[in-house]
Each structure stands twice: as C-alpha cells, then as structure tokens.
Design a protein around this ligand. Structure first.
Ligand code: SF4
Ligand code: SF4
Length: 430
C-alpha cells in the first residue's frame, strides 16, 4: 500500500526537542562554523535560540534562513552536549519548515525537483549525467567554457562547475540483482546498498567492499530494487520525497532474511538507521522502519564485530583517520575503523588532532556554501598535515571527495582512501 505524506506540522522543530537545550554553551567549541566565524548565531546554541523564536511566532526571516543554511548538520554539537539535545533532528526539521515556506522561480524549482525526485533515485539518469560530464570535459568544451567565463553569467553554476571531478571515464557499479558467494564457508548473508552518486563516482569502492566481505565469510546480495537513501533530501528539507525513498528501501530489503544490511557511506548509514524518525506519525511504517533500521550496519561496524580474516599481506603505510561526522557523531562509531586499520599488518596508525571536527563536505554543503566549506577544509588540512602520514583514511564518500580537494590545495601529497579500500589492498596479492 502506498504511504501518505505527513501533515506539515510534524515537519518543524518540536518543542520537546527544543526544551532539552539549557543554553550552557558547552557545544560551541565543537562547532566548525562557530570556530571559523565566531558568531553566536552560527553556533548550535544560537541556532537553537533562533528556532525557539520561530516556534514562538517570529518570522522565517532571511537572517534565519542564512544561519540555518550555514549549519553543516555535522552533529559535532550532539557529541558535545551533556543534555542530550538531538540537534541533527532539529536542524532537519527547521530546514523542512523553511522548504515548505520557500517560493522559487519556476525554473529553479523545476531543476530542484528534477535533481531530487528524478536524478538521484535513478541509476540510469545518474549514469547518463556522468557520461555527459565526461564528454564535456574530454571534448575540450570545458576548457572553452572556462576560458570564456561563460558560466559566470549563471552565478552558482560557475562554482558548481569548478567542483566537478576531473575527467575520468565513468565506471558503474554493475552488480544490482547479483549475489556474490562467500570465499570458504558462508557464515553471514548480507545485503549491500550501493548508494546513488556513489554508483558512478565510487563504483570501485563498492566493488572493493564486496571483495572484502567475501573474504570474511559473507554471501553478498546487491538487491536490484534498492534506491537512494534520502540523506541529501533530508539535509535539504525535502522530507516527503525522503519518506517515499525510505518506503521503497524498506519494502525492497526488509524481507530478504539478511543478517545485516550494509553501507560503506557513513552519511547514508546515519539516515538509514534513523528511518523510524520519519514515520513516527505513520502507523504502517513505524514498526517496519524500526525493524529495518536495526539491520543497518556501517561496513566498519560490521567488520569490526566479526572475527576478521587475518590473511592479509603487509601494507607498509603511515595512515591517519578523519572521523566522518555521520559515523562518529551520527552513529557514535569511532573505535571500529581504527580497529580495522590497526589490524592491517605493517600499517602504522597515527591519530590526527581534532579528527572528529568536520572537513566541510557535509553532503552538498561544499556546493551550496563553497566559501565557508573551503575555510573549514583549510583548517582541517592543517590538522591532517600535522599527523605527517602518507594516507588519510576515512569512512564516507563525501569526505573522500572533500579531502582529495583539500590535499590538492593544502596537502602534502597524501592519498585519501576509504578504510575498506586499504583492507581490500591488504587482502589482494601484489
Ligand atoms: S545544545 Fe547542549 S551543549 Fe549546546 S547549549 Fe544546548 S544544552 Fe548546552
Ligand atoms: S551541526 Fe555542526 S555546524 Fe551545525 S551547529 Fe552543530 S556543530 Fe555546528
């Protein structure tokens, strides 16, 4: 049965959540935007104060939009808060309320609808877009457009274009509907979620994830009916569409009899584990979503919880680890990736200071708030450089893209890799 969209009154910050904040300010130093801007209204406490004003009848002003828009939704403040404020839930609800009260030019609205409703959930359209991007870069058209400054006429489009990844023949994760047997005795039956953008920009990471799982007694299913998790929709306040995608994933995966449903992207994992929050007011999916969320595991969390296959070759690398916000703060998982890295023979692990401070990626934040994102990244790279390692490991695809841009601009030639890619390398013959 098709679900229904929730009444808008549920899609705004709830009083019970706002009331938990006692305005102590202990979260301020954990907030990347406050650390860079030094403005109370760009701190967690300041943003919560503004949300309270709005719920008490204040207008949804431009200033409110700006301060809520500048939040990374990194949830660093949640980890620091002694009062248990669920800030991530608050900021997503605040954005939903803003989105419901936003008027756009019809062309801008049509483009936004296309990206969130058609493009992200469609592997076919994403592949087409990736191929067109590659053709644009390889044909020399990009060089001409950049030289003429043509895109400057379209404002944000010029900045977006600069952030496009370098020309690379697109590779696609072509495993949907397939089952990969375990190497040796099967102990676990797991499902892998391939992601949306990751299908085209991180196809090799998905393949490495399958191989590492096979090495660890897993039969890996890649269900064909899965779709985008809806994380980008939630960060942008588009909750009705996020619910539609959540229902699709729940219906496609819940009955597979899997020991675990896995993702290698911390941002997706955090959203998938919180699907039940989307259905608090929808009885049909309230219980189904809770059972579904209980099966979701981040790949680091899963591998660290089973006896790891020790048949790895030496990997003589110095490696530091950047905590992905949605793994450390969203899912409270910090030890698992470190345990996995330290299990690789020959690998020398070194902590970087403030490893759980956001790198400025935050979904599409680096596209929407490019200037502040780049300032946050520059500070992150100072911390990463101080660890003096050959590799910066992380656990989220968005962080990987951002850190690669950081290495290019401010780094010491480090390689950026997902924890699973290093494991895959260690399991492979040279
Ligand atoms: S969010 Fe938590 S830490 Fe921050 S001011 Fe409120 S109660 Fe204090
Ligand atoms: S989510 Fe991140 S950027 Fe937003 S208020 Fe909390 S710590 Fe600051």
């Amino acid at each position: 049965m098709a679900g229904f969209d929730i009444l808008p009154q549920f899609d705004k910050p709830q009083q019970r959540d706002l009331d938990k904040c006692v305005h102590c300010g202990l979260c301020l130093n954990s907030c990347p935007t406050y650390r860079v801007l030094g403005i109370e209204m760009d701190s967690p406490r300041g943003r919560i104060y503004q949300m309270v004003q709005v719920q008490n009848g204040a207008a949804l002003s431009e200033s409110y939009r700006e301060h809520i828009g500048l939040c990374l939704a990194c949830r660093g403040c949640e980890s620091a808060c002694p009062s248990g404020v669920q800030y991530g839930r608050l900021v997503e609800a605040a954005r939903a309320e803003l989105e419901a009260n936003t008027q756009r030019h019809w062309t801008a609205q049509a483009l936004r609808d296309f990206v969130f409703t058609d493009l992200l959930p469609s592997p076919f359209l994403l592949r087409t877009a990736a191929t067109l991007l590659w053709l644009y870069q390889k044909s020399g058209l990009q060089a001409v457009v950049r030289a003429t400054g043509l895109l400057g006429l379209f404002g944000k489009l010029a900045e977006l274009e600069k952030l496009s990844p370098p020309a690379q023949l697109p590779t696609f994760f072509a495993a949907y509907g397939k089952v990969f047997p375990a190497e040796g005795d099967r102990k676990y039956k797991v499902a892998l979620l391939g992601g949306c953008i990751a299908n085209v920009s991180f196809a090799r990471l998905n393949e490495a994830t399958v191989r590492v799982l096979q090495k660890n007694a897993c039969e890996v299913h890649v269900p064909a009916d899965q779709t985008c998790c809806g994380a980008l929709h939630l960060h942008s306040g588009i909750r009705a569409e996020a619910r539609r995608l959540a229902r699709r994933n729940i219906d496609a995966l819940a009955k597979g009899g899997f020991d675990a449903i896995l993702t290698n992207s911390a941002g997706c994992g955090s959203t998938l584990k919180e699907y039940h929050e989307l259905f608090e007011h929808e009885p049909e999916y309230a219980e189904k979503s809770r059972q579904f969320s209980e099966k979701i595991k981040d790949i680091n969390e899963f591998l660290a919880s089973i006896p790891l296959n020790p048949a790895m070759r030496q990997l003589p690398l110095t490696v530091t680890y950047q905590d992905s916000c949605h793994l450390a703060h969203g899912q409270k998982i910090r030890a698992a990736p470190r345990k996995l890295l330290q299990a690789i023979p020959g690998l020398q692990f070194k902590e970087m200071p403030l490893s759980d401070l956001c790198c400025g990626s935050a979904g599409i934040y680096n596209v929407l708030q490019t200037e502040l994102s780049m300032q946050i990244l520059e500070r992150k790279m100072e911390l990463a450089n101080s660890a003096a390692t050959q590799v910066i490991a992380t656990a989220n695809t968005g962080c990987m893209l951002q850190l690669r841009a950081g290495v290019e601009k401010h780094g010491n030639g480090q390689r950026v890799a997902h924890v699973v890619e290093l494991l895959d390398e260690a399991y492979r013959e040279k």
